[in-house]
Write a protein of this length. Structure first.
Length: 316
């Protein structure tokens, strides 16, 4: 398929409607991204084609060419004016090709100092690699990784480093605790939501939430727990529960988390969770059988009743 034909294929009809594959772009924008990506790949000597999925694939199926995903690239360029897209796409493919030329990274020589635990969607990894690993949250795994010049590499065979999974996770969590958060406190109608951002491991700090509360939010103990969301890899959203403002805070987090999950690179989960004082992660909402709007989960509903009672004025 030629570049022009692929562009026409991707665009289809109703070019201003959202593209169902390359979210959050419109069909017209998705078509332009495909055109730019194919052009950039051709400039680098790669004979790739677009056949309607979220990736460029070898035009000749027998050729030894890589499959290059476009999903995260679509989310990245969506944050910029279209005039900047050509440069962004060229830089993206230059970096990808350089990584491919260097070959797969070698395991860390000092895993105790180098491994960092990271949240990863289960469906982003081959099922056979993670079948024996439990979810941290529904659909999300805790995986040992390393970072080098902004490039994150996951290691799913700790035995290659001469250690066990338990050791890899222990090392990864210890090093994750040592990271420094960038925290933004957002106040909205007498409630506060805290955004942890600034690193590719921001959402993964949910794995060490006790450290985040103590060191970044200066909360030694949250007697009613917190609301938390990990919509994308670069964002952890928190609301320390103190009173019935938890209800509007939940609405705000649900809205922002859904938008972040739909638009930001590295989507993880659109859900909001209730984290108990002993750091158990529970659903904050539940879906009704008839698919009416979300309701409070039974655990959060019970908590709001406790909070409501504590706010009642004393009887005279």
């Amino acid at each position: 398929m030629t570049i022009d034909a692929a562009t026409e294929y991707a665009q289809g009809n109703n070019s201003d409607r959202p593209d169902l594959i390359l979210t959050p772009l419109s069909r017209r924008q998705a078509a332009r991204l495909v055109h730019l990506a194919l052009s950039a790949a051709a400039e680098l000597g790669l004979d790739l084609a677009y056949q309607g999925g979220a990736a460029l694939v070898p035009a000749d199926r027998s050729a030894d060419n890589p499959v290059l995903g476009l999903s995260n690239l679509a989310r990245i360029v969506a944050q910029f004016d279209e005039a900047h897209w050509p440069v962004l796409v060229e830089e993206h493919f230059d970096q990808l090709l350089e990584q491919l030329r260097q070959g797969p990274p070698t395991p860390p020589t000092d895993p105790e100092r180098e491994l960092i635990q990271r949240l990863v969607p289960r469906d982003a990894l081959p099922a056979s690699w993670t079948a024996d690993r439990p979810d941290f949250l529904p659909g999300l795994l805790s995986v040992p990784s390393t970072t080098d010049d902004g490039i994150v590499t996951m290691f799913l065979e700790p035995a290659d480093m001469g250690i066990t999974w338990a050791d890899a996770e222990r090392f990864g969590l210890a090093n994750l605790r040592g990271l420094t958060d960038h925290v933004e406190h957002v106040e909205h109608e007498d409630l506060q939501v805290d955004f942890i951002t600034g690193t590719p491991f921001a959402a993964s700090r949910a794995l060490v939430l006790d450290t985040v509360l103590r060191e970044s939010l200066h909360v030694d103990h949250a007697p009613h727990g917190v609301l938390a969301a990990v919509p994308a890899r670069d964002t952890l959203m928190l609301h320390v529960i103190r009173d019935l403002s938890v209800i509007p805070a939940l609405g705000l987090l649900l809205n922002v988390a859904a938008r972040s999950h739909a638009h930001d690179p590295g989507p993880l989960s659109p859900e909001v969770f209730m984290v108990t004082p002993d750091f158990r992660w529970l659903p904050a909402t539940t879906v009704s059988p008839d698919y009416t709007p979300l309701r409070l989960s039974s655990e959060l509903e019970t908590l709001t009743k406790v909070l409501a009672t504590s706010e009642l004025p004393p009887r005279s």
